[in-house]
Ligand binder design. Structure first.
Ligand code: GLU
Length: 293
């Protein structure tokens, strides 16, 4: 009988070094690590540092220190996104050639005032699942000649996915398989809810959505375990995976930890960092219990 080789499970924890890790990161990292161990798979660490203005070597160092203290070990080498911009550019070029992305020239301020003017008389501008106003249609509707003229003038621009065009090229509805703490089973993706998402920013040659799908494919990630705050982003990831002919991983979006104010933990609020707990004398085992593991 021919043995069909089973793909080795691969998990990853993918923090951004733009602040100290908090207990929510500990939950995510430990879940990934333990699931990898239980399934005989690999646990990878990826540093998502495309935002060079907010990411620092100190925060990156803090990630290694915190994870080691938690008793986790990962496969080397660690993938750092800032070292792989050409891979994201190559994926972007493929989408540009197919006419699925367009250069977007509106500044953040211009979008803001457009939305404010529209909402001034009581109407509401459509927003994405994170609450960000959808990008106005101006740049999508420009003629090719006008686009070329603006590009040639050296005007700063991002690249955005033309969501309607992109959806027309994928002829079947998109889904993913989910086993997390929210809805489970086959989930219908709704990429249209995100509007024309940004794939390459004017200040960075990629975006979160583009680099995450490219990296998950390059690293052969089979299981994506991350917080429920990224549940809806999976719709865009499934669309990009389909457009770029990348494999489809399995998804597990886990519960979020809330602070004493009932809000989800965030780096910017100076919430309960792993290092703070360590300095208070908590042991890794006590920290696991504190986060319900
Ligand atoms: N870098 C993202 C974050 O820190 C996580 C990305 C992911 O797991 O897909 O929130």
């Amino acid at each position: 009988m021919i043995e069909i080789p089973r793909q080795k499970p691969k998990f990853r924890f993918a923090p951004s070094p733009n602040g100290p890790l908090h207990l929510g990161h500990a939950l995510s990292a430990i879940l990934n690590h333990d699931m990898a161990q239980k399934s005989g798979g690999d646990f990878l660490l990826r540093i998502e540092d495309i935002d060079q203005a907010r990411c620092t070597p100190d925060f990156e160092e803090g990630i290694y220190t915190d994870l080691s203290w938690l008793g986790l070990s990962w496969q080397e080498p660690v993938r750092r996104q800032s070292e792989h911009f050409p891979a994201y550019q190559e994926a972007l070029q493929r989408l540009i050639k197919r006419g699925l992305v367009y250069p977007a020239f509106l500044t953040r301020g211009e979008v803001k005032s457009r939305v404010a003017a529209f909402e001034a008389d009581g109407k509401s501008w459509l927003r994405d699942p994170d609450g960000t106003p959808l990008y106005p249609p101006d740049d999508r509707e420009r003629s090719d000649a006008e686009r070329q003229r603006l590009l040639a003038s050296g005007m700063k621009h991002a690249w955005r996915l033309d969501i309607e065009k992109a959806l027309k090229t994928t002829n079947a509805p998109l889904h993913w398989q989910e086993s997390g703490d929210g809805k489970t089973g086959t989930i219908s993706a709704d990429p249209a809810a995100w509007g024309d998402v940004v794939l390459s920013r004017s200040d960075a040659p990629s975006s979160y959505h583009l680099s995450v799908v490219v990296d998950d494919a390059i690293q052969g990630i089979t299981h994506i375990v991350r917080g429920l705050d990224l549940f809806h982003a999976t719709s865009i990831h499934r669309l990009l995976q389909t457009l770029l002919a990348l494999p489809e991983p399995l998804y597990h979006h886990h519960r979020l930890l809330l602070g004493s104010d009932g809000k989800k933990l965030s780096k910017s609020l100076g919430d309960t960092g792993i290092a703070e707990w360590r300095n208070l004398g908590l042991s890794p085992a006590e920290l696991r219990r504190r986060i319900g593991l």
